[in-house]
Design a binder for this molecule. Structure first.
Ligand SMILES: Nc1nc2c(c(=O)[nH]1)N[C@H]1C(S)=C(S)[C@@H](COP(=O)(O)O)O[C@H]1N2
Ligand SMILES: [Mo]
Length: 530
């Protein structure tokens, strides 16, 4: 075999041994993660080390990185994060293993150190208790001896020429046995980790299916007229189905909140502190509203916006009951996972009727969207208002408290900017004109709280033409638009769109990035008329 002929040396470790040792490091890393994954099934979802390390990473990355990742990968951000973490983890553990070819003890110490770092990060997660370090501790406690054993085994492979003596295993035999042992351990660990992930995913699904009966609203939302939906292939549905609703949050494991033990605490600058159980909340008079949520990270033309019918209790009801003290100007809402949002007090007490929501499109909130209770505040970006897995409302002042994203470079207030986008055609699509030589264009526009008064469309460098608007349902929902372009000339074109809100403000063409307070600029799409 080639690797046996001339031992090409790096340091004094033969290259094949270096490769074997690196592989041992990677497998020991997998053992650590797999044991911890399996053990974490008996603990909280955020006790799995990858989830905790990823969560800590999300909390410390600068906003520009978050912005970049979301603009590149949208709601795939979490998949990208996990894939990068696995790549980094494989590289680090390979390095540890490689080092172990010469210094076995040091490799063991480094791997243990890696486990300890993960344990510290597990402890920093808001949902975790001290017990949640146990899965990682167990994983580390098994991975270190496994690493030492593997390193010893592969080292034996390189120890001098070992001609087969009588009754002595041949070199080939030893090699095969080592390969089976080390490889088998790796395969078993991968399978165990996969099964554990699968079990925790199916638990998620089972939990999602756990339903309770939502109370009937004391005041139902207006029914949505058919004309709200522009009938054009490729247009999004006016109401976004729960399964298609964009999801943006810092939670790598969806927090598991048990409604039977859930409690909402209202405190801070109030006359009387309140505590409300889930049962008590469901007994409150609920109302229903159509509201379009939008993420501040949404790029021009992006799809981080969704429209749903929400069922909930007006936040104002609780604030009134608690009695807000003079001087308060903000409510800091807190999630079970430690996320916080700073919402101006007036947005929770004025006529927009912000909700403590329990229902989304006629169903209990899906786990990803805040089960069992979240906030829905018309007119403000999600990061300053739409706290999911809500547990606490602290009445306070902007001068005294800072929310999660505001400490990471985002604006402390986040009113939603006017936005409009082209949904049909998609970029670089080919459009066939109809028999009369026309093509249909369509899209969506929103300016929550002000409403959309007009949408204009420009083709190439032509005049702005008024688009036809679908029925406006409320000022807090998006509006669909369409334009029939007569005499569409064959060839390449660019369509641009801009909206005017209910207060007469025309959407600016001034380009701004999402950070620190939302993107602006006109959306354009290039397409070809065939
Ligand atoms: N607990 C918690 N709530 C959160 C967030 C979060 O990271 N954690 N993200 C907010 C942001 S930035 C947005 S845009 C909305 C998105 O809500 P959705 O995922 O239901 O669409 O949730 C908000 N609520
Ligand atoms: Mo967001």
């Amino acid at each position: 075999m080639a690797e046996r002929t001339g031992p090409s040396r790096r340091g004094d470790v033969p290259r094949p041994l270096a490769r074997w040792s690196a592989l041992c490091g990677v497998i020991a890393g997998i053992v650590l993660a797999a044991v911890a994954e399996v053990a974490s099934l008996g603990f909280g979802a955020a006790s799995a080390p990858f989830v905790a390390v990823g969560g800590a990473f999300v909390d410390i990355v600068p906003p520009s990185v978050k912005d970049l990742v979301i603009s590149l990968f949208g709601t795939w951000d979490k998949v990208v994060l996990f894939a990068s973490m696995i790549a980094v983890y494989a590289a680090v553990t390979a390095g540890i293993g490689r080092l172990g070819a010469r210094r076995r003890g040091l490799a063991g110490v480094l791997l243990a150190g890696l486990g300890i770092v993960a344990m510290v990060l597990v402890l920093t997660r808001a949902q975790n208790t001290a017990l949640d370090v146990l899965p990682t501790l167990l994983g580390t406690a098994l991975a270190v001896p496994a690493l030492l054993w593997m390193l010893r085994t592969v080292d034996g492979l390189e120890e001098g020429p070992a001609p087969a003596a009588d009754g002595e295993p041949t070199r080939a035999w030893t090699r095969r046995r080592a390969l089976v042992g080390v490889g088998g351990l790796g395969v078993a660990a991968v399978i165990a980790a996969g099964v554990a992930r699968g079990v925790s995913a199916s638990r998620e699904t089972a939990r999602r299916a756990a339903q309770y009966v939502l109370p009937a609203p004391r005041r139902a939302a207006d029914s949505i007229p058919a004309e709200a939906q522009v009938e054009l292939e490729g247009m999004p549905p006016f109401l976004t189905p729960n399964g298609d609703f964009y999801r943006i949050d810092t939670a790598l494991a969806v927090p598991r909140v048990d409604p039977t033990t859930w409690e909402l605490r209202v405190h801070g600058l109030v006359e009387k502190e309140l505590r409300l159980t889930f049962e008590e909340l469901l007994a409150e008079p609920m109302i229903e509203k159509h509201v379009t949520l939008t993420c501040v990270s949404n790029a021009v033309g992006g799809d981080l916006a969704g429209n749903a019918t929400w069922l909930g209790l007006p936040v104002a009801t609780l604030l009134e009951r608690a009695g807000v003290k003079d001087g308060a100007d903000m409510v800091l809402s807190r999630s079970i996972d430690g996320f916080t949002a700073s919402t101006p007090l007036e947005a929770l007490t004025d006529e927009r009727e912000s909700l403590i929501a329990v229902g989304m499109n006629g169903e209990p909130l899906p786990a990803e969207h805040g089960y069992p209770v979240r906030m829905v505040v018309p007119g403000l970006y999600g990061y300053v208002s739409a706290t999911k897995w809500l547990t606490e409302l602290k009445v306070t002042r902007f001068a005294d408290d800072v929310a999660y994203w505001s400490t990471r470079g985002w604006s402390e207030r986040g009113p939603i900017k006017i936005a409009s986008r082209v949904d049909v055609p998609r970029s670089f699509a080919d459009l066939d004109p109809d028999p009369d030589g026309a093509v249909m264009l369509g899209g969506t526009a929103w300016a929550q709280q002000r409403g959309i008064a007009a949408v204009e469309v420009r083709i190439d460098d032509g005049e702005w033409r008024p688009a036809e608007l679908g029925a406006e349902v409320t000022a807090d929902t998006w509006v669909q638009w369409s334009l029939r372009w007569e005499d569409a000339a064959p060839g390449e074109h660019t369509v641009s769109v801009r909206a005017t809100d209910g207060e007469g403000e025309v959407q600016t063409d001034q380009r701004a990035n999402p950070a620190p307070d939302g993107a602006s600029g006109w959306h354009s799409v290039r397409f070809t008329v065939t």
